[in-house]
Design a protein around this ligand. Structure first.
Ligand code: HEM
Length: 457
């Protein structure tokens, strides 16, 4: 019996431009509202180019894991990330990717993270002290503070040495310009070809040049000093393939350091802001978080041994990433033609996996709109399908830094809320930007030290 292969339903759009205006205006909203009403496999016309949206977890299991060789990161990811790290892990495919991933992966397991956990915690506490000094005014923009905190913590984890504040902020800013600017330029690319140089292109290139120079200088100093160091940079310098003995070249090292920063900075700061926003609407959750943090942190430094006691903080982080996944969609591109759920997937087609929609689909989640950290008492958050929770992707290309991100995010949440009472001035998230990651770009808050905070005032 032969089954007929159909074309997936087409989301109606305007003549010629199709769904481009909606994509430019608010892509996540479009994926949330449009995709589900047309089915689990739909087609979008983006100014004459077909894009597909696939949202059934079983199909995602197939795309991301079982037949992942046919679904590469592709043009969409390349346009976004390739300009920043052309040779980083994110951009590699096939054997090249496998070799480099095999070299780096062991250092991102929890066992190795234990080695930098105390460094992480120490840096977070330093940053909390700084935040306390700044917050004496009572009202601050938490988005700026959180960005500064996460870039400091992250750069310290990578390079261990303290950098001066101005340089760290400049690196953070350069990354913002590079990533958000590139995402914006890609969208404009549907109207003004990428070969035309716009003022935005110059801004992006200047930011990239600066980042390249800073990181190259650090690699050179480290090589010259002959000391590997017990930080992520040290891990990358030591990384080698057991089978072939291959190591990372300086060029790859530069791109991998940039890949780690771009993978880990904006995503973590965005998640922390969303957590703050959600907590402000859930006082009982905040109370329980504070109580647990106080108990665990009263023992002193958080290290490998007692980190696991921050159960509730971890649930809050997991639940935040379900409700507000900063990586709101994952792109893939088909190599050969395929069939999914009876629908034709043409070769060389961009496929969007609408993470934000899947995390809110009542078929897989009990009361998806409810912020319920308790659901994470179950290892999989009670999801009815393993591939219904994808904040870090799934399958062989799952986020390399997942363990690191959850550890850092959990620690940051515990330290931040143990020390401070934070009250956003607006009940709704402000200036939510969807270029690259989905996160508020501004969050004015009233902030004050908790009276019973453990830290000596
Ligand atoms: C909340 C924080 C984070 C989120 C939401 C996040 C999310 C993601 C997602 C969705 C992917 C793509 C998966 C795919 O294409 O299938 C990814 C890849 C990646 N992430 Fe993360 N990430 C986070 C933090 C980090 C951190 C802290 C690091 C580094 C320490 C990192 C390094 C990477 C790398 C290297 C890749 C590429 C992996 C590969 O292609 O093999 N990420 N991440």
């Amino acid at each position: 019996m032969s089954t007929t292969i159909q074309e997936a339903p087409l989301v109606p759009g305007l003549p010629l431009v199709g769904s481009l205006p909606q994509m430019i205006a608010n892509f996540p909203k479009m994926l949330l509202e449009t995709a589900p009403s047309f089915g689990d496999v739909v087609r979008l016309n983006i100014a004459g180019t077909t894009m597909m949206v696939v949202s059934h977890p079983e199909m995602l299991e197939y795309i991301l894991r079982d037949n992942h060789h046919n679904y590469v990161h592709g043009e969409m990811a390349a346009g976004q990330i390739g300009r920043v790290t052309p040779r980083g892990l994110f951009m590699l495919e096939g054997q090249e990717w496998l070799l480099e991933r095999r070299m780096m992966q062991p250092y991102f397991h929890r066992k190795y993270l234990g080695r930098i956990m105390e460094l992480l915690d120490e840096t977070i506490v330093e940053q909390m002290d700084k935040l306390e000094r700044e917050s004496s005014e009572g009202v601050i923009d938490l988005a700026n503070a959180v960005k500064r905190i996460t870039i400091s913590v992250f750069l310290r984890a990578i390079f261990s040495m303290g950098m001066d504040e101005a340089q760290m902020n400049k690196i953070g800013e350069a990354f913002d310009i590079a990533m958000r600017g590139t995402a914006r330029r890609n969208k404009i690319g549907y109207i003004v070809p990428r070969s035309v140089r716009l003022p935005l292109d110059r801004k992006i290139d200047d930011a990239l040049k600066y980042l390249g120079e800073v990181v190259t200088g650090i690699i050179r100093d480290r090589r010259e000093s002959g000391q590997q160091g017990d930080d992520m940079m040290g891990m990358l310098l030591a990384a080698h393939d057991d089978e072939t003995g291959a190591r990372l070249s300086d060029e790859s090292l530069l791109d991998e350091v940039k890949t780690l920063i771009l993978g880990g900075y904006d995503t973590t700061s965005g998640s922390l802001l969303w957590a703050t926003h959600l907590l402000s609407h859930h006082p009982a959750v905040t109370e329980r978080l504070v109580r647990e943090s106080r108990e665990v942190l009263s023992t002193g430094r958080v290290g490998y041994e007692n980190y696991n006691d921050l159960h509730y903080a971890r649930w809050v982080f997991n639940e935040t990433m379900r409700q507000k996944p900063v990586a709101w969609a994952i792109p893939r591109e088909s190599i050969a033609e395929d069939v999914l759920g009876g629908y034709r997937i043409p070769a060389k087609t961009t496929i969007m996996i609408p993470v934000v929609h899947i995390h809110h689909d009542a078929r897989w989640w009990d009361q998806p709109e409810k912020f319920m950290p308790e659901r994470w008492e179950d290892k999989f958050g009670g999801a009815k399908h393993r591939f219904a929770y994808l904040p870090f992707g799934m399958g062989p290309r799952v986020c390399l830094g997942e363990q690191f991100a959850v550890t850092e995010g959990t620690l940051l949440l515990a330290r931040l809320f143990e020390r401070f009472e934070i009250e956003p001035l607006s009940p709704t998230a402000q200036q939510v930007d969807y270029n690259f990651t989905m996160a508020p770009q501004s969050m004015p808050v009233r902030i004050r030290r908790r009276e019973a905070s453990l830290t000596p005032a």
